[in-house]
Design a protein around this ligand. Structure first.
Ligand code: 4AD
Length: 461
């Protein structure tokens, strides 16, 4: 059994992002004696010493256990990836020619194993998660272990940063954060993707979007936003559809369509700037998407009608879902949209979609009543990451729109009422956080952008 040498200075507990620790030089200058908790990320047993790369969720640290009492015992023989332990020792600068995280290494004088691990984890952590198919059921069943890996956890760390960058950007632009309900009795984006459930004997749904609620508070709170979960009973398995996703939504009062487009471009640019300006976040980007470049402004703007022409003009033409050339009124399906975005290879604001293929609440373009003042933001590699529009602000027109879409208007009285009590030109949008992240972090699918992704056939672990 190991014993701590009582004559050594008391060890100070640090987390691995603490970089202000005094470093020794291995000769006259002593470094601080510290105590670090973590898990074994890499392990190398050599004749002279055992080398451990320790990780604690904040950083990594090279640790050296000189061969001897520290290595010739049962615990050390059982060291494996993910073994949890606390290590004590002197922090020193790494010698010339050696590379290590933060240019420092821990010369261990004592440790305790807190939680051993079997030695089969290699197969499930980082290196493998890069190569394995993220659609693979084994990967998803083992998500709790996959998240131990460097890449999977880097995506989650970047995700937190991106979410906070949205919050900061909204604060700078004077938006107020609210928290609308997730349990609702109205639909926003069509009945086919509603998750229904029994609410004390009444039919209720998990929200598809907080938009309608945001629209009811701009009058008293000004421009508002929320970052909440949205739910869609998507019946197709694609790499960008989840059943539960994080929805960044905002609503702006007293604006015109162009103001909305400007705002979305400004928001995306601010978030990207914040990520690139932060040393830690940039580190994640370098791991995940080293070639990333901030999109140049202004973003490309293209009307739906121009996109239809563009698709047909390609050689060979990019066809619709029935294998025919696109005609005005067609939905631009995911495959076609993705091809277009990848060929153009820069963010596109696709605007002015036909009334028939868009949601009931969208305002018509006064200059062309066939189309709506609507926008999808398309990103290379992902496709649509934002959907937004100006909202119908005329009472009678909205009542008519419910009818046309076969939606009973009574349950929406609280939404319709805004058109009665001081209506205003307003608009907003929703951005899928996982899709935004898939774009920034160069992920093949939104599934690796969610902590535990939910999609058709997958509601565990
Ligand atoms: O285009 P959508 O359906 O628009 C709305 O829900 C509006 N009511 C939002 C608003 O104006 N406040 O969805 C907006 C965005 C999409 O562009 C996409 O990024 C994301 O939400 N999204 C999904 N992300 C992952 N999985 C799904 N099943 C998604 N459905 C939409």
């Amino acid at each position: 059994v190991l014993k701590e040498d009582a004559s050594l200075p008391a060890a100070v507990r640090i987390k691995l992002n603490n970089k202000s620790v005094e470093l020794g030089d291995g000769k006259d200058k002593k470094g601080a004696r510290v105590k670090v908790f973590g898990r074994i990320h890499e392990l190398r047993v050599q004749k002279t010493a055992t080398f451990i790369i320790l990780k604690d969720g904040y950083g990594k640290l090279s640790c050296i256990l000189p061969a001897g009492d520290l290595t010739k015992n049962y615990d050390a023989l059982m060291f494996a990836l993910e073994t949890a332990l606390v290590l004590y020792g002197e922090m020193r600068a790494t010698p010339e020619g050696v590379t290590a995280d933060d240019n420092r290494e821990l010369h261990v004088d004592y440790y305790k194993v807190l939680g051993a691990a079997p030695s089969d984890l290699d197969a499930i952590t980082n290196k493998v998660s890069m190569q394995q198919d993220p659609w693979d059921a084994a990967m998803l069943d083992n998500r709790h272990l996959v998240l131990r890996g460097e890449n999977a956890s880097a995506v989650m760390k970047l995700r937190e940063f991106v979410e906070l960058a949205f919050i900061d950007s909204y604060r700078e632009m004077h938006f107020r954060k609210v928290s609308p309900p997730a349990m609702v009795q109205t639909q926003v984006e069509g009945g086919s993707t509603l998750f229904k459930y029994d609410y004390y004997g009444e039919e209720a749904y998990l929200t598809q979007s907080s938009q309608l609620y945001l629209e009811t508070v701009i009058q008293s709170l000004g421009d508002v936003y929320c970052i909440e979960k949205s739910f869609r009973a998507e019946k197709s398995l694609t790499r960008r559809h989840l059943s539960e996703y994080t929805h960044v939504e905002a609503e702006l009062d007293f604006i015109e369509f162009d103001d909305l487009l400007e705002h979305i471009e400004e928001l995306i640019s601010r978030v990207v700037d914040k990520v690139l300006a932060d040393e830690t976040a940039r580190g994640y980007m370098e791991t995940l998407n080293p070639g990333f470049q901030k999109p140049s402004r202004p973003f490309m703007r293209m009307k739906y009608e121009e996109a239809i022409e563009w698709l047909n003009k390609q050689d060979p033409p990019i066809l619709n879902e029935e294998g025919k050339p696109h005609v005005f009124g067609d939905d631009i399906a995911e495959a076609a949209e993705r091809r277009m975005t990848d060929i153009i290879n820069r963010p596109i604001f696709l605007t002015h979609f036909p009334v028939e293929i868009k949601a009931f609440y969208m305002k018509k373009d006064p200059n062309d009543l066939r189309v709506t003042e609507s926008v999808d933001v398309l990103m290379p590699g992902v496709g649509e990451i934002v959907g937004g529009s100006m909202r119908m602000d005329d009472y009678a027109e909205l009542i008519e729109a419910y009818k046309k879409n076969g939606i009973p208007h009574e349950p929406y009285y609280w939404y319709t009422d805004q058109r009665k009590y001081g209506s205003s030109p307003h608009g907003g949008y929703g951005l899928g956080l996982e899709r935004f992240l898939a774009w920034m972090a160069n992920q093949h699918t939104v599934r690796t952008c969610s902590l535990y992704s939910r999609f058709m056939g997958r509601c565990k672990p």
